[in-house]
Design a protein around this ligand. Structure first.
Ligand code: SF4
Length: 450
């Protein structure tokens, strides 16, 4: 049960020293209760209190980390059922499967596509996260060799080791070095050995169950053996079953605080269908409904890109607009004769406008006004992109020192501001730009200083 701020305050030293960067212990306790700061920020709190508070404030879905310290994949940490309740914390990991039964060419092809398919959108890099290495022949030598091939083929992939044999798993885990792998394959029969491996490699263990009840049994057995970090596979191998199990697991963990299901799930669209298109559709449902990791049979650009986009949309914090910093952005090397364009700091607007300007190859000064992440018209309607604020930014931002001319191009949607802006910026010529960013290249090419 989560602790209240007052309950947390009772466990604090109450020095009100401010060393946690918050002026009072009460304010600090309230922020810890709200999940806004970590209890570790207070240097004076006892270890006992720290353990109690950390345990009570831990998210119902445990956070697990894979990979190296400076390049880790994080899953779990979820606290709610629906994105609009708060936000989803860590996006679904997308993995590609390689097995010891595949030819070297097939394995290398998958590793190459894993490394190759990388896209940038609104300043965020979208790409796959993990490679699942399967010991499908139950053979230590080939499993270790395949793991080595993957480690060398991709420096950034988080690794999922899949084997039913604890001995094979140990041999493969040993060569992973500081890239902490997920040790997938714990059953009721090998749970004790897998728990020992998890503890000795400080690695999360993947539960490989045949159904939900079996999953709970295995998770409880691993927990009893002292293992804390797990990822769970309920064994569902149809879309309907995987969907239902993911929902049941999330609901049990978040609503009923049922710990054996309070872990990220791993799902296998690659074992639900052989059809790549259908596999992508299954994956899209499971990304939307709580999968911690999805494992695909292969990666294809036309199928993976929509999954990346879906994932990005779902895991964007709905309460925090995506913004870029208010500033003057020099695009493609502008000088004192280059055009000046102004727009809002909603990141999608920035990346579309800057993309069009860069594509036009017209050196341009792009002024980005802080509108708290609102788009042009919304910001104007909310009073955050009015003539007075734009004028203030133009006067104080420093653009007057960068250009000889005094033309400023405003978004076409703000045409009604022209008169007001002329009053606020009497030295400037207010030019009404196009409404759509796609028309900017032609507009800029034709622009001449007044
Ligand atoms: Fe209180 Fe600790 Fe913060 Fe000092 S550092 S104000 S003792 S919570």
């Amino acid at each position: 049960m989560a602790l209240t701020g007052i309950q947390i305050l009772k466990m604090l030293p109450k020095k009100n020293c401010g060393e946690c960067s918050i002026p009072t212990c009460l304010a600090f306790a309230m922020k810890v209760a709200a999940g806004q700061v970590e209890i570790d920020e207070c240097p004076y709190v006892s270890d006992e209190a720290k353990a109690t508070i950390s345990e009570a404030s831990a998210p119902p879905i445990r956070t697990i980390k894979l990979g190296a310290k400076d390049n880790s994949f994080v899953s779990g940490g979820e606290t709610c059922m629906y994105r609009h309740d708060k936000r989803f914390e860590n996006q679904t990991g997308i993995a590609v499967l390689v097995t010891t039964e595949m030819s070297d060419a097939d394995v290398d092809g998958r590793i190459e596509r894993f490394n190759k398919f990388e896209y940038e959108r609104v300043g965020v890099i979208m790409r796959a996260d993990l490679i699942a290495v399967k010991d499908s022949k139950n053979d230590e030598a080939s499993f270790v060799a395949l793991t080595k091939r993957v480690l060398e083929g991709s420096a950034r992939a988080a690794i999922i080791l899949m084997s039913d044999s604890a001995a094979n798993m140990e041999a493969a885990a040993k060569i992973c070095g500081d890239r902490v792998p997920l040790l997938y394959g714990a059953t009721l029969d090998n749970a004790d050995d897998m728990a020992k491996l998890g503890s000795s490699f400080k690695a999360p263990v993947g539960v490989k169950a045949s159904n939900l009840d079996n999953c709970v049994e295995i998770a409880e057995k691993l927990s009893a053996a002292g293992l804390k970090d797990m990822v769970i596979d309920t064994g569902a191998r149809t879309l309907r079953a995987a969907f239902e199990d993911n929902v049941v697991a999330r609901r049990s963990a978040v609503k009923a605080k049922f710990k054996p299901l309070g872990f990220p799930t791993i799902t296998f669209p690659c074992e639900i269908t052989d059809d790549p298109m259908l596999e992508a559709m299954v994956a899209s449902v499971l990304i939307a409904k709580y999968a911690g990791i999805i494992v695909l049979g292969d990666l294809q650009g036309d199928l993976i890109f929509p999954l990346f986009l879906e994932r990005m949309n779902i895991f964007t914090d709905p309460q925090r607009p995506m913004v870029v910093t208010e500033d003057i952005y020099p695009l493609t090397g502008p000088d004192e004769n280059s055009p000046v364009v102004i727009t809002c700091n909603f990141s999608l607007t920035y990346f579309i406008v800057s993309g069009e300007i860069e594509g036009s190859k017209v050196p341009t000064w792009l002024l980005i006004k802080d509108t708290e992440g609102l788009s042009v018209l919304t910001a104007w309607a909310a009073g955050k992109f009015g003539a007075d604020l734009i004028a203030q930014f133009v006067k104080k931002g420093g653009i007057e020192d960068k250009v000889k001319h005094r033309d400023i191009i405003i978004p076409g949607y703000l045409a009604s501001l022209k008169g007001e802006l002329e009053e606020e910026l009497p030295d400037w010529n207010i030019i009404i730009g196009p409404r759509e960013a796609g028309h900017l290249p032609v507009f800029l090419k034709e622009w001449k200083p007044s």
